[in-house]
Design a protein around this ligand. Sequence first.
Ligand code: FEO
Length: 170
Amino acid sequence: MISKTLEKAINQQINKELYSEYLYVSMQAWFADQNLDGFANWMQVQGQEEHFHAMKFFNYLIERGGSVELLAIAKPPKTFTKPLKAFQMALEHEQFITKSINELMDLAIKESDHAAKSFLQWYVDEQVEEEANADRIVHKLELIKDNPQGLYMLDNELAQRVYTPPATTA
Ligand code: FEO
């Protein structure tokens, strides 16, 4: 059975992952409004990934005899000024999530909850990819600056992203 402290922290993390989904679908809507459908597609897939992250915690808490409590999801921003700004914000958000996952891991270590440590390792590894994905696009947008042709090409590239549910579901 999971401790009350970890249960509370995981419930807060479920909320952060659901807010991540909210943030990225808000970015999806903004990109769609700019007629940048490839960027919108990338954000849609990102939102689906965040939903998976939230539900993976949700299922784990139930499996460990914990109780899920859904907290209020904050309103995300509606406009993002320009593509580079949106991806810089996405990168900063992922860095915030990494910090939060690391704090959960610290808690699991403090409590000698080896099962939780093993479970959380998946998120530690996932966050490396999450930050790298956003960072890669920030760098491309910095190269492109305001060049419409570059933006058009990147939009086409981001249109290719598809959601593939991870093999792990626990
Ligand atoms: Fe769920 Fe993007 O971290």
